[in-house]
Design a protein around this ligand. Structure first.
Ligand SMILES: [Zn+2]
Length: 166
């Protein structure tokens, strides 16, 4: 007799991955971060391909492990791997992800166009407290490598920013 393992759709796999948070940005899932670049649900063992965010991010192994665990909880046995050749940029953050970041008190990175990466573009950062754009970079490295500290001239408070990655 043939044994059948249940097949899962890419949507079911993606939904399970919504449970996996980025350890550095705990309000966002790896799906909202735009890290899930490919789901092959039709393979004998489903394959999930993730794009690493910040180069050398020490959390990569932890993220992979958490993804495998989250899938297992739903009975999905999948292979989870990183595509180190793929390049993640902060433009992959969904609009909802940026909203969540701002509510969390972390200024979302500005959208960066490929052509001209200007100082002006990089400085278009809105204060998460008062929404003023009259802000300046204070320290390139905040509490983690992914964050910078900026200062708002309007409400005169420092805030953290999710650094833009082009
Ligand atoms: Zn402010």
């Amino acid at each position: 007799m043939e044994t059948h393992t249940k097949n899962f759709t890419a949507e079911e796999i993606r939904s399970a991955l919504e449970q996996v948070k980025d350890p550095e940005i705990p309000v966002l899932s790896i799906v909202e971060m735009g890290m899930v670049s490919k789901i092959d649900a039709d393979a004998e063992v489903p394959v999930v391909v993730l794009t690493p965010t910040f180069v050398g991010c020490p959390a990569l192994n932890l993220i992979r492990q958490s993804a495998v665990e989250a899938l297992k909880e739903r009975g999905i046995h999948a292979e989870v791997k990183f595509d180190l050749s793929d390049k993640w940029t902060t433009n992959r953050l969904s609009p909802q992800a940026k909203e969540k970041l701002e509510k969390f008190g972390l200024a979302p990175p500005p959208y960066l166009s490929d052509e001209e990466l200007t100082e002006e573009q990089l400085n278009r950062v809105r204060c998460p407290h008062c929404h003023s754009t009259d802000t300046t970079l204070r320290t390139a490295f905040g509490s983690t490598l992914c964050r910078a500290i900026r200062f708002c001239f309007t409400c005169r408070q420092a805030f953290e920013q999710f650094k833009p990655v082009a």
